[in-house]
Ligand binder design. Sequence first.
Ligand code: BEZ
Ligand code: FE
Length: 292
Amino acid sequence: MRNVTAENITETFTGYFGDDTDPRVKQLMSSLAHHLHSFVKETKLTHDEWQYALKMLQWTGDITTEERNEFVLLSDVLGVSSLVDMIHSTPEATSSSVLGPFHISNAPPRAFGADFKGDFSGEVVLVEGVVRDTSGNPIPLASVDIWQTAPNGLYSSQDEQQDINSFHGVFTTDQQGRYAFTTVRPVCYTVPSDGPVGKLLNATGRHPWRPSHLHYIVSAEGFRSLVTEVFPDDDPYLDQDTVFGVRNDLVTTYQPQAAGTFPEQGLELSGKVDGPFSKIQFDPILMAQHQG
Ligand code: BEZ
Ligand code: FE
């Protein structure tokens, strides 16, 4: 196209694709150009605004390290990470939710009924559940990788006071598909807000808080892996998670239990609990690989 105009630039862009362009790449890039060009026209984007946006992207790259990926965080606070999750989820399985940057590979294996809390103080919680398939059958030998903040709101990788394995562990479900452990209640915390994402949140009058949660990656042979989170129903940030991770089926009630009622019959728990504690039940449902 020799005479490129505001009217024909999108069509011109897609006309430049080579004949052997992968069809999916063609579809993605055509749609991206269409939406980007429409955005520029609709908002009458100025030179200064576009330069500013490019500087923000450059800062996002500059601040990104092995430990901190600001692009992922940007995707999270823009709702894109959650949207990609949601359009690929199936209603029969447990909803997926954001992974976040604090998962560690090679977390230690933990026995059924293990204790996460050690000497940390806080509200003691017994977490129990059964991993099931979409027909309700328990899945034995599923891997349940769980991580959370300490009561100070920090993950082990953010906190020099904690061992790297603190509040991380991988359970294997028993023959009835069960897992169980004791811990202290995780707390709400803020996503990193000292970079471009923080600036964006600030400019749009948003806060950086996430409601308290336990992270899960549940996997089993023949099933799709599930990356998800579990939230308490009384958290002040439940309705305003800055990364849009909350779904109805991921909200649980911390049920208060009287002192002296621990351990439960039939559970072999290694944590010692004398006083009152809370109990939550979370049963992840996995979709078979061939389903959906
Ligand atoms: C997290 O839950 O660990 C997390 C999720 C998204 C961004 C930052 C942290
Ligand atoms: Fe988290």
